[in-house]
Design a binder for this molecule. Structure first.
Ligand code: ZN
Length: 182
């Protein structure tokens, strides 16, 4: 396997290239790479830098779902575990959105500890990106729907890493103060 700093650096570089030109949902049309940087950094912080493959998988977690990257490519370039983690958090895009969301809720408790951590970090990042100043009615509704669903997915991912659990709870609290007006 690549030396840890190289593993993460190569993962960031590949993710940046593959998601080039994509924008994330939520505040100010940020480039997609900002989302990946957030997820990877949440994982690095939560584990205090102890798991390079997890951080690399954080950078790469949306490559199989959203770009033409394959499991085989990730296994060859990075490691079998990095590829397995990314595939574990990849939705079956042949299913309609509601079914994909339902499947995430059902599958979450059966994921590996690493995949559960990526899931929570993803939900923290996506929730925070949807909290914008002076949200429109649509933005408020989108935030509410996202958070209610994310809480159900995260319920099946808890107790692997207390810091991630706490960060998710803070994000939910901030979101609810927007859509419940508290
Ligand atoms: Zn993501």
């Amino acid at each position: 396997m690549l030396q840890p700093i190289r593993l993460i650096s190569e993962a960031a570089e590949l993710a940046a290239r593959r998601h080039n030109g994509m924008a994330r949902k939520g505040r100010g049309n940020e480039p997609y790479i900002n989302h990946l940087a957030e997820v990877a950094n949440l994982l690095a912080t939560a584990t205090d830098g102890a798991d390079a493959e997890l951080v690399a998988a954080g950078w790469l977690h949306d490559t199989v779902e959203d770009t033409d990257t394959t499991r085989e490519e990730l296994a060859t370039k990075f490691s079998e575990r990095v590829a397995a983690l990314v595939v574990e958090v990849t939705d079956d895009m042949s299913l309609p959105k509601l079914q994909r969301r339902q499947k995430q809720i059902e599958d979450a408790p059966h994921k590996s500890p690493g995949a559960k951590m990526i899931k929570i970090a993803d939900k923290i990042s996506n929730t925070c990106a949807r909290i914008v100043p002076n949200p429109s009615g649509d933005a408020r509704e989108d935030l509410a729907a996202y958070v209610i669903w994310a809480e159900k997915v995260v319920a099946g991912c808890r107790s692997v890493n207390p810091m991630l659990d706490a960060r998710f709870d803070e994000a939910v609290k901030a979101a609810k103060s927007v859509f419940e007006g508290k």
